[in-house]
Design a protein around this ligand. Sequence first.
Ligand code: HEM
Length: 472
Amino acid sequence: MNTPPSCPFHAAAADPAPQVHASGIWPPGPPAGLTGWSLLRRMSRDLLGTLAAWQRRHGDVVHLRIWPEHQVVVSDPQLVRELLAGQHDALIRWERGVQVFSQVHGNSVLIAEGAAWRAQRQALQPGFSQKSVQAFVPTIAAATERALAQWPAQAADWPLESAFAALTMDVIMRRMFSAEIGDDARTAEEAVHVAGVVANAEMYWPASWPDWMPWKGAKRRALRALNDLVDRHLQARLDLPRPAWPEDLLTRLLDLHRGDPTVWTLRAVRDECMTAFLAGHETTAATLTWWAWCMAAHPSAQDTARQEVVAVLGGRAPTADDLPALRYLQQTLQETQRLYPAVPVLMGRRATRSLALGGWQLPARCLFMVPLHLMHHDPRWFPEPEAFRPERFADGAPAFPRGAFMPFGTGPRVCLGQHLALTEMTVIAAMLLQGFALSASAGMAPPRPVLNVTLRPEQPLRLALGPPSEFR
Ligand code: HEM
């Protein structure tokens, strides 16, 4: 990550101490009227556009009075790092967000807090370390090779988004269960979509209607399909004798269960599997989808990336040792994540005690919102922020502040799967460029990003496929 150089002699002059405000004084923000609920309505219509407008008007720390809450939107990179890393101990996740997600994720590492979360995170971490991900590269390459072999050599209108969903599901299934997704891909994709739309809508309600309400049939069916998928694999493993269990995430979790079945109940094992399945494919598929669009919309960047892939790999599949040499390809993925962060706004945080941030004294129970999308599109750090420029991430490119680009979050709750995601996306992108050229059909408008838990194109993305020689 690029960091601006700082002069030890002039640090004070270059970085004046922020003004300290007395407690009880809130940062500036939009007028809230009597309840502030109109602000909520504006946000529910267009969250990213609304937050951008408020930042332009009120700055990097914006106060929203939405009765009964006080919310503070923080979009200054240094303050975000100070909040999420430096003041992590003073924060829990926004209760309503946790409640909505827990309907699917149970009490997994994504949901838990405090000592329970720390123990879960520690237990899972080794399965997602850089080293263990490297050993997994041949499996990712095998899954990719198999998927790409089913793609037509030429197509005018190939449903890329579905294809990436199936492939990334297959990769995470192999990681968790040593099994392929196979025919479950379509049902699972539909279920994930429905669960996401419902969760996004429920986030804005103070409470959820019970799931047995007649109008909640689609949600019931979606949750049943996801639970069935995970339970089937869990049961199949339990039916095997221990010596026949393969080395994978499920075996790791079941060994924890065998060691201490009161802490690691079968329910807890199932919850972690569900989170790994959902968090482990949706964000990766969304990022690859946006990357494919960026490649189609910028043929010269696609060409440069392909030339690099051909120079490093020729026609063979990548190994872990090859990945560092695919620098430009990785820059195209980074620039895609800057423009289209799969998680554009982090789950809200609530202060469990009063805390000081950027000169403001903020009381206990204050809510914080961190809009990564806004930070990634800030012209102070990324000139012409809407332009696709992989060179921003080249060694020696102009520096931007630490924290201005953080697609995986930061601090102790940073994404557990970031090494897996980066490795997987690089392998898939390299192999795709070896076999195919991506292009947009003539007159195709850029897809409109919409927030549906992850940032997605409003309409499922379809692109033209052709032989790669077309561009050389
Ligand atoms: C491009 C792909 C991905 C992106 C952009 C992404 C992004 C994120 C972000 C921003 C967070 C932090 C949320 C917060 O602070 O509120 C997060 C957390 C998490 N991610 Fe990812 N993620 C990706 C892939 C993955 C993969 C492949 C896995 C594998 C299982 C995964 C598992 C998790 C888990 C378990 C958490 C919760 C960690 C905790 O709370 O301790 N993610 N992810």
